[in-house]
Design a protein around this ligand. Structure first.
Ligand code: DX5
Ligand code: ZN
Length: 219
């Protein structure tokens, strides 16, 4: 069974709480929260204060994707705001091992994300310490971009690395997911799928979620 993680980046910010309720009622398990700092990526979104308010209104798993430089400086804020999983970028962390352990010491699950140009091999020596790897299937910074096809090969390679060592690590895929490619993404080995425009960009959220699930599970 895959888990769906709607990205609030594509939600209507003037009615964020209602949008979150809609995806929760549609059965989505994770809420994907894209934090951008205008340095690591060329866009700025929001910080911990915004989703701290949402925390009180939802029981979903708060999945915090930090597209920021020096994430260590802000980890405590995100944990206090109610993050369940914090994902940092391999490319943004000089001391990745230390950052992963910092997240876990704060009582959170730890994820590591890799950009489209980064090989899964870059994670070989941290794989045993993380709860989740996020494969970016677009260049991070914006919703609504086109899925980069080489990502499928990366998912397969990462899955092989995890299975070869018998690790218990989730594979999340983020960027350009749609009803047309979700089946291939899941078949390649992903078990948590982020979707922004494919959910919040649709008029009927319930229908968009069930269409994604149906496509993912078709044989
Ligand atoms: C991109 C973000 C994604 C994005 C996904 O930098 O990390 O989570 O919101 O949006 P879609 O699904 O529209 O590509
Ligand atoms: Zn994201």
């Amino acid at each position: 069974m895959i888990k769906l993680a709607p990205s609030i980046l594509s939600a209507d910010f003037s009615q964020l709480a209602e949008s979150v309720k809609a995806v929760e009622n549609a059965g989505c398990e994770y809420l994907h929260i894209d934090v951008m700092d205008g340095h690591f990526v060329p866009n700025i979104t929001f910080g911990a204060v915004v989703f701290e308010k949402l925390r009180k209104k939802s029981n979903m798993t708060f999945d915090c994707h930090l597209m920021i430089e020096q994430p260590d400086l802000y980890l405590e804020d995100f944990v206090k705001a109610g993050a369940d999983i914090i994902t940092v970028h391999q490319e943004a962390c000089v001391h990745l091992n230390r950052t992963i352990h910092h997240i876990k010491e704060l009582g959170c699950k730890a994820g590591v994300a890799i950009n489209p140009a980064t090989s899964p091999q870059a994670l070989e020596y941290v794989l045993q310490d993380v709860d989740m790897v996020l494969i970016m299937s677009v260049n991070p910074g914006f919703g609504g971009q086109k899925f980069i096809p080489q990502s499928l090969d990366k998912i397969k390679k990462l899955k092989q690395m995890i299975d070869a060592k018998n690790y218990n690590v989730d594979i999340q895929v983020d960027g350009g997911v749609s009803v047309d490619n979700i089946h291939d993404i899941v078949t390649a080995g992903a078990n948590i799928v982020v979707a922004g425009s494919a959910i919040f960009g649709k008029d009927n959220i319930q229908k968009a979620v069930s269409n994604l699930r149906d496509s993912a599970e078709q044989s």
